[in-house]
Design a protein around this ligand. Structure first.
Ligand SMILES: NC(=O)C1=CN([C@@H]2O[C@H](COP(=O)(O)OP(=O)(O)OC[C@H]3O[C@@H](n4cnc5c(N)ncnc54)[C@H](OP(=O)(O)O)[C@@H]3O)[C@@H](O)[C@H]2O)C=CC1
Ligand SMILES: O=C(O)C1=N[C@H](C(=O)O)C[C@H](O)C1
Length: 243
């Protein structure tokens, strides 16, 4: 299939490598230098655009792509206050839109495991839960999109937590997300359940960006020729029944 890469940084370049390995063609690359060309992209030459830029650029890029009728896999974090507008635009333009704060299959399994654990702990309110995330120092947003998604999933399963804060919590009903930035860390997330006598720690460590990039290309393959709004749950369900 024909893929356009929007944002040719750490993720864009890793996605290019995986997409080529899987037999796809890169028919356009948009980065900062040629960002105005996004409005002139030829929708007939692009099955799916994959957008990994930065929080301040994502909304205008997604708006431009969807307005051209191009299906988009969106990976940029830190812009999702505008999510409902983007979904509405995709529906209006009959385009396909796929969003995940983390395309790693492992992270999405980790979400399910953490939510299940939160549901079990709900019967035992002596256990307090918090989230830890560590990323490279170039990361612009905090907390990570993955940590926000993890927090919202846990909040849904527990009565003790009703909102999250990106700091130590002042109130028991707040779920603390503790963020740390260190050189060269692709991404670490942990859900930590602390009891009086013991600690249960569920942790995902990305060894590199290859897992994120592979998931994004799988999402693009899934989205080709489809309209509508999709998430990693749809992609994971598409594997149901495969041996
Ligand atoms: N969903 C997921 O699985 C993952 C999401 N991410 C997210 O993806 C985003 C990108 O991460 P990463 O690749 O590490 O970041 P990088 O900074 O390495 O890459 C972003 C690229 O986009 C370019 N860019 C900035 N503005 C525009 C614009 N308006 N149009 C086109 N290109 C633009 C940047 O150029 P310049 O450097 O010159 O500004 C840079 O080349 C982040 O939000 C990150 O959190 C990251 C990993 C996994
Ligand atoms: O900026 C990154 O690098 C990452 N961003 C995503 C996030 O904010 O959750 C996903 C991954 O953790 C890497």
């Amino acid at each position: 299939m024909n893929i356009a890469i929007i944002g040719y940084g750490r993720m864009g370049k890793t996605i290019e490598g995986i997409a080529k390995e899987r037999g796809h063609e890169i028919t356009a690359i948009i980065d900062v230098e040629n960002q105005n060309e996004i409005n002139q992209l030829d929708a007939d030459q692009i099955d799916v655009a994959i957008e990994f830029t930065q929080p301040a650029s994502a909304l205008s890029n997604l708006t431009a792509l969807i307005s051209l009728g191009i299906n988009v896999v969106s990976g940029t974090t830190g812009w999702t206050d505008h999510m409902e507008d983007v979904k509405a635009l995709a529906k209006e333009n009959n385009a396909g839109f796929f969003y995940a704060p983390n395309y790693s299959i492992g992270v999405n399994l980790f979400f399910a495991i953490s939510e299940y654990a939160a549901g079990l702990m709900n019967k035992f309110p002596d256990f307090n839960v918090h989230i830890e995330e560590v990323h490279h120092v170039q990361k612009l947003d905090s907390p990570s999109g993955t940590a926000i998604h993890l927090a919202n999933g846990i909040i849904e399963k527990t009565d003790q937590k009703t909102s999250w804060v990106n700091a130590e919590n002042d109130k028991p009903e707040e779920l603390a997300i503790l963020s740390e930035r260190k050189p060269d860390v692709p991404g670490i997330h942990a859900a930590v359940f602390s009891g009086e006598h013991d600690v249960i720690e569920l942790k995902h460590t990305a060894a590199s960006r290859l897992g994120f990039a592979t998931g994004a290309v799988l999402a693009a393959e899934f989205l080709k020729g489809k309209s509508g709004i999709y998430t990693m749950k749809d992609l994971l369900h598409s594997f149901d029944g495969e041996s």
